[in-house]
Design a protein around this ligand. Structure first.
Ligand code: NAD
Ligand code: ZN
Length: 245
């Protein structure tokens, strides 16, 4: 691991336009399980069923059962040392922007300023009928009653991108531009199998970027795209990288 971190630091020292793509793995050490963790939330609720827009439209009360549990986890979670290290990389002028697939707001809580929320943010709710938007903190979700719109009475949906929904236009366009311009991409805690997010490091690579991957285990990208693979938990490897800079 040390050799790989040194190699990564050497590349980063001379970067001009570095971005990071983060996934659920970076928040595991904050107590939010990723889709691959055994036990916990996703063993109770199969994401293929509970995180699909089709299920929400058909049976919002059923999907809200999962959302109550997920929101309890995300609203109580605190950023870990991996989130903090990325915020410091931005502060030091190395990191231009983070594109995150996470909806947990932990990059912003850690102090990162340029964050593109590719899959939305779970701290806002929106009405699918009239479009009204609400902050989730205004609702008492402990009663486990799906919140409804004050204006039209419809059930509210978190402002997150469910499977089967479009990526917000602005997030998609900005990410594509950043990927084309990037000379280094940090790929942190993502299995890189959920598209179109998984296409971001590939697009950057085709445009000449160097990929540095931080994960507990090899992914789809590791053997054919990744230039430097730093194996280990991001809460350990990212602070170690920062120390080398
Ligand atoms: P994923 O669950 O498919 O993969 C997580 C990856 O992180 C795996 O490759 C795993 O090996 C790695 N990982 C786990 N713990 C790690 C650690 N401590 N350090 C480094 N790597 C670690 O996640 P994904 O690729 O983000 O795709 C799943 C989708 O689910 C995303 O679109 C995301 O929006 C959503 N999701 C979000 C959250 C969240 O907001 N925190 C949580 C679960 C799922
Ligand atoms: Zn409404």
């Amino acid at each position: 691991m040390n050799k790989e971190i040194k190699k990564a630091a050497e590349i980063i020292r001379s970067c001009h336009s570095m971005i990071a793509l983060t996934g659920a793995g970076i928040s595991v050490e904050s107590g939010i399980p990723d889709f691959r963790s055994s036990g916990g939330l996703w063993e109770k609720y199969d994401p293929a069923i509970y995180a699909s827009i089709e299920s929400f439209m058909r049976n919002p009360e059923m999907v809200w059962e999962m959302l109550f549990d997920m929101t309890e986890l995300t609203t109580n979670a605190k950023p870990n040392s991996a989130h903090v290290s990325l915020a410091q990389l931005e502060e030091k002028g190395y990191l231009k922007s983070i594109i995150t697939q996470n909806i947990d707001n932990l990059h912003q809580a850690a102090g990162s300023r340029n964050v593109i929320e590719y899959h939305g943010n779970g701290s806002r709710l929106q009405c699918m009928k009239c479009g009204e938007s609400y902050d989730i903190s205004g609702f008492d979700l402990s009663t486990r009653v799906p919140p409804s719109c004050e204006g039209c009475g419809s059930i509210l949906k978190p402002a997150i991108v469910f499977f089967g929904e479009m990526i917000p236009h602005q997030a998609m366009n900005e990410s594509e531009l950043l990927a084309r311009e990037a000379d280094v991409v940090l790929v942190v805690g993502t299995s890189a199998i959920v598209y179109p997010a998984a296409g971001i490091p590939q697009l950057a690579k085709y445009n000449g970027a160097t990929l540095i991957e931080f994960n507990l285990e090899p992914t789809q990208l590791t053997s054919y795209m990744t230039d430097v693979f730093v194996q280990g938990s991001a809460g350990v490897t990212l602070p170690a990288l920062l120390k080398q800079l």
